[in-house]
Ligand binder design. Structure first.
Ligand code: HPA
Ligand code: ZN
Length: 327
């Protein structure tokens, strides 16, 4: 059987995708028009065939944040969620846990409830019309203050039945997980599950991974392949069932290495690694394309490709008491 159609037909779960990273150039254009706003700068100079060009996380974020100005109304947030979930459904994704960055919007004057209600309406519409299952994970921007993160957590409390967990994203350099220890502790006390980005391109990555495991006590880690630098930490992840949400195409965009060998190595050592898209509208690769990259550029077997998806369902928060609480 053809590899591509075999991957396309496989039931999948996606655990690492940023809703704001699902804002395609065409949706950006139509939202700008609807809201009578000028096209964001990166978009007006975009080459239609080659797409945006990035060489690291900083240059990516410098396009990602300014593009978000086109998201203004509850309806805009709804449309973004529904557009991604429609694409995910077409790739035979059965369940998604969606990151969102409220501070990327509240910082420019969009009220927290507008964001949350919009995303929630989009998810409910997709669940009803497509049968795809989805939950929201609220991320704190780590390059902003811990006080702003805590204030965001407080704003989320009235909506906590609609949010399954919290995460940590944006620029990691100089922003260790320990900066947010008190925020995560409070989030956990409120019943949120915990995850955090530990990017592959950090000089002190292993320290950050140690912090999220030992100090923050996360349920999962986003990226995190640098754990291979410490065998005892690999064993802790395996024994505690702390999964990693890896993003091969994203890795190849922000660094010169997609970390395929490391991902397969961790899988073979019994760590629950998964394959995800991160920011599919920007990296122009959804779940299937990320699976195809692993299949064609590593020595992973078909059985192991299935194992990535088994891991995803197994480390998903699908059976948490909080799931679908808002329905
Ligand atoms: N890395 C870090 N922060 C992010 C990303 C990412 O790929 N996408 C959105 N926020
Ligand atoms: Zn990410």
């Amino acid at each position: 059987e053809n590899l591509r159609s075999w991957i396309a037909g496989m039931p999948k779960a996606e655990l690492h995708v940023h809703l704001e990273g699902c804002l395609t150039p065409s949706l950006t254009r139509s939202l700008a028009e609807r809201n009578r706003l000028p096209l964001p700068a990166a978009l007006s100079s975009l080459d239609q065939t080659s797409g945006y060009s990035f060489h690291d996380l900083t240059t990516f974020l410098a396009v990602y944040y300014p593009n978000l100005v086109v998201l203004q109304t509850e309806h805009d947030f709804r449309d973004l969620a529904l557009a991604y979930l429609t694409h995910a459904h077409a790739q035979n994704i059965k369940h998604v846990e969606l990151f969102f960055d409220p501070q990327a919007h509240t910082s420019r004057g969009i009220p927290f409830p507008t964001i949350l209600r919009g995303y929630r309406t989009g998810i409910l519409a997709a669940q009803r019309t497509l049968g795809i299952s989805a939950s929201l994970i609220m991320c704190f921007l780590r390059d902003q203050s811990a006080e702003y993160a805590m204030a965001t957590l407080m704003e989320a409390l009235p909506f906590k039945d609609s949010i399954i967990g919290v995460g940590l994203d944006s620029d990691e350099r100089g922003n260790p997980p320990s900066k947010f220890a008190a925020v995560f502790q409070r989030a956990s006390k409120e019943g949120f599950l915990l995850t955090a980005h530990c990017d592959i391109d950090q000089p002190n990555s292993i320290d950050h991974i140690r912090q999220v495991v030992q100090e923050i006590q996360v349920d999962r880690i986003d990226h995190g392949t640098n754990v291979l630098e410490d065998d005892s930490l690999v064993e802790i992840l395996r024994d505690k069932g702390i999964g990693l949400t890896c993003c091969p195409v994203s890795n190849s965009v922000v660094t010169e290495d997609f970390k395929g060998r490391e991902i397969v190595d961790l899988l073979r050592r019994g760590v629950k690694v998964t394959i995800n898209s991160d920011d599919p509208a920007y990296f122009r690769a959804y779940a299937n394309e990320n699976m195809e990259k692993m299949a064609t550029e590593t020595d992973v077997t078909r059985k192991e490709l299935i194992q990535f998806q088994r891991n995803a369902f197994s480390i998903s928060w699908i059976s948490s008491w909080r799931r679908n609480h808002f329905l």
